[in-house]
Write a new protein. Structure first.
Length: 103
């Protein structure tokens, strides 16, 4: 009787496991118009700034400005350190060459 119950339970569970293994992993669609899988609908902007910092005193900054011909992108490294002669936080910018891209 126990063997019969175990076999019946396995037969009931097997289709569930089988279908779960072969179903889509992310649950979304492959349609590029489906904004839920691609970060949402496009939005208008005039300016953006992204700062990436870690444990060091340097942070990498990416900025973009909307222009008439596209988007002007800049990347620079900001270094901050404590200066006892100034008694304050000092910030320096090291700019890399800007790049323009058409949108």
């Amino acid at each position: 009787m126990k063997k019969l119950l175990i076999c019946l339970a396995l037969l009931c569970i097997f289709p569930l496991i089988f279908s779960a293994c072969f179903s889509k992993q992310n649950g979304g669609s492959d349609d590029p118009g489906d904004f839920a899988d691609h970060g949402g609908a496009p939005m208008e902007f005039q300016h953006f700034s992204l700062s990436e910092s870690g444990m060091s005193a340097q942070s990498y900054v990416y900025e973009g400005y909307k222009t008439e011909t596209g988007v002007h992108l800049e990347h620079f490294i900001r270094s901050e350190y404590w200066d006892n002669t100034v008694s304050g936080n000092v910030s320096r910018h090291y700019r890399k060459s800007p790049r323009c891209e058409r949108v």
